[in-house]
Design a protein. Sequence first.
Length: 147
Amino acid sequence: MISRFMPFACGCLLLAGCNRSALHSVEGVVLLDGQPLPSASIQFIPQGTGQDATGATDDQGRFVMSTNDPRDGVAAGKYKVVITPRQTATPPQQFASADEAMRAAAAPRPMPAASNFPQQYTRADQTPLTQEVPVKERKVTIELKSN
């Protein structure tokens, strides 16, 4: 009786294994004006059928893409690439006096890092970035120029 169900069980295991092996490793770095872009999210959106893949850059702008499980890769195909920098909140400051708070409020402040980020890369309908999977080179370098 067990031997009758063995081919079915093996077939299921093979299909599950084939599904996982259809994913290709995609890793690389995102640069903005030649510098690593930290804390950005990356999305690969399939051009046709398929499933989105996501990743996030570390402090050096490095990323590894995931589809179903962390770092499992991306299915073969052509993708639009969407990159969104993380907005960092400024922690509230403590001042010794009202005069100190007023001087700080009047002082010029640097623009947030994301303000010079090219907004076209944050939208699937505007990004010019594409990526073919499997990747021909060992790693992907995505180079962006600020506005």
